[in-house]
Design a protein around this ligand. Structure first.
Ligand SMILES: *Cc1c(COP(=O)(O)O)cnc(C)c1O
Length: 240
């Protein structure tokens, strides 16, 4: 693999472009660019690339599989100040391992998973921030809660009753489309759902809308994303 210095340079160059696009999108929406956090999704990239990402000043790292995150963390245990984000579908029987690896879980996509996480966290007296994943497009291939209040409200109430999960917001993975404008209604819908929940459940510490990936993050920022999850925009095409 190429040296860490080469990766760092590449990431810094890409980051400049990404920050500029985020700033422009935020401006179009009358938002502050500082309110948009970048989570770098490093799936398929080597642990050394994660080091280069951190050297470039980005400390929110996302992975979508427990096993891959575990392999990387094993060789990165000296890396300080990183916040690890789980962004992929999580099996219940991996809840325990996931909690050892991750600080923030974007992909709570069903109640049974929330309960499994709670069961593992309670004995440690540890509280973990989570987002509920919503399948806004109601795609058969996607995980997540259906986007109706009659589904989401009971889910929110159930998660708020779990004292070791801190419900900070919603997440979605938009459908694959050719033109990113086509996903705008999906992001807008997620924001509307978020605002509705915020009004009905003011006791929850609502803080985040995790939406937008390489092909659509500018639109997501215009529609209110506070976390964009970026892989290729910063790292280039995936390695495997
Ligand atoms: C891979 C992945 C991303 C990043 O995708 P890019 O298109 O490379 O930016 C974001 N979110 C999730 C859930 C992913 O699995």
């Amino acid at each position: 693999m190429e040296s860490k210095a080469v990766w760092q340079k590449r990431i810094e160059t890409n980051l400049e472009i990404v920050r500029q696009r985020i700033a422009q999108a935020a401006q179009r929406a009358g938002r502050e660019p500082e309110d948009v956090h970048i989570v770098v999704v490093t799936k398929t990239f080597d642990a050394e690339v994660v080091r280069a990402v951190v050297a470039a000043g980005l400390t929110d790292i996302g992975e979508n599989r427990v096993q891959e995150a575990e392999a990387k963390r094993a060789v990165l245990d000296d890396l300080q100040g990183v916040r690890w984000h789980m962004v992929g579908h999580l099996q219940r029987n991996k809840a325990h391992r996931a909690l050892e690896l991750f600080d923030f879980i974007h992909s709570v996509d069903r109640l049974s998973l929330a309960k499994a996480l709670e069961r593992r966290l309670a004995p440690q007296e540890r509280v973990v921030p989570v987002l509920l994943e919503v399948n806004v497009g109601e795609e058969a291939s996607k995980y997540g809660f259906a986007p109706q209040a009659k589904i989401l409200d009971p889910a929110v109430e159930a998660v708020l009753a779990l004292p070791h999960l801190r419900l900070e917001g919603l997440m979605t993975v938009a459908p694959l489309v050719d033109d990113s404008e086509e996903v705008r209604p999906v992001f807008r819908r997620l924001r509307e759902l978020y605002e509705g929940l915020q009004a009905r459940y003011p006791e929850a510490p609502w803080a985040h809308l995790s939406m937008g990936m390489t092909d659509d993050y500018a639109v997501a920022v215009e529609e209110g994303a506070t976390m964009v999850r970026l892989g290729r925009a910063l790292l280039g095409e995936r390695q495997r």
